[in-house]
Design a protein around this ligand. Sequence first.
Ligand SMILES: Cc1ncc(COP(=O)(O)O)c(C=O)c1O
Length: 400
Amino acid sequence: MKRGPIFTPFKTAILDHHASTPLFDGSVTQTLNRADFDDAEKEISHWDGYAETPLIDLSGLAGRLGIGDLRYKHEGPRFGLGSFKALGGAYAVLRTVQRELSKSIGKLADPVDIRSGLYAEQTKAITVISATDGNHGRSVAWGAAQFHTNCRIYIHAEVSEHRADVMRNLGAEVIRVDGDYDATVAQTRADAEKHGWLIVSDTSWPGYTQPPLDVMAGYGVMARELVQSYTTPPTHVFLQGGVGGLAAAVTAVFHQEWGHDAPRVVIVEPELAPCLFASARANEATSVEISEETIMAGLSCGEPSELAWSVLADAASDFVTIPENIVGPMVRILANGACGDGPLEAGESGVAGLCAVVAVANQPALQRSLRLDAKSRIVVIGSEGITDPNVYAQIIEGEI
Ligand SMILES: Cc1ncc(COP(=O)(O)O)c(C=O)c1O
């Protein structure tokens, strides 16, 4: 197979690989259960602007890599918010508001009535808050606007002003915290306790599980769209991880729908933020120190979600980390349609899974470990489009 110079950085990239033994003790189908995914699908598919996102056939790239089939679920268009996160945070806002409202009205309010503003007087007294490095906060802010609540979003020092402005324009108050993502999570917890605000987080911790479960149920909509698109399940899915919610939701849905035929699950993280990799090595949820921010802003998490981890411990086979220097080249390969697949706008966190596919396919030892060959049928989630145009422009210019 001819592999041109566009693959040069992928051939020499150093990836750490940990082969894990999935427990298959039931967490994969029980922690995130089918009924919760059903509820989320029923609700979200009725929202204005809902449309299935495209599953793009990257056959040109697959051919160059010697892989049978390679598909890319393109989440850029999701609800006009730029990423798959649109599904989770907004849905968790709805459920949080619904539960809070039920205390004053004595019944579970109909989401249609919450959205129409029937309960606006009560919902305007509710404040939802969240930490984010961009995409989750955008979804929470959008959800808060849809469901008529107040919203405060906490961001860390490295989150760009563009991302902050998008959330402000959706009506959120944005608070910049000194420190990293984990510091913003700590601040939301302290402020929620002090003021009685409601946290809508995409990550769980002991004693805090319902909103993260709702978030992951929302992501299940994307995973179910994928399942519907295949008549025969793919052999591998490469899933990028931040706190692990995306990967856990997709893994759970695939196992619920496909059982033993579910694809091999490969978790991909930046080498600068490998909390799931560390958890796999330690066999328990394990945090890592973030000493430098990765360009993959959405994946810059040092502390895994415990719930997500329990799902991944149950069903993920491989954990790999990727270096920073293959992200820009991957974004440019897609933008230029370099392999004849047609141009595609993908953000830096969105291509992480695909970066790993290309690197593994270019390195014989890894290729053998992960059993990638001409029969492999791989799916990746292009989890964001252009969510920060300044960063995207720098990548296209080759500055990153
Ligand atoms: C674009 C993108 N992809 C992937 C992820 C990872 O999702 P999770 O934190 O649920 O693992 C994020 C998280 O913010 C993201 O923004």
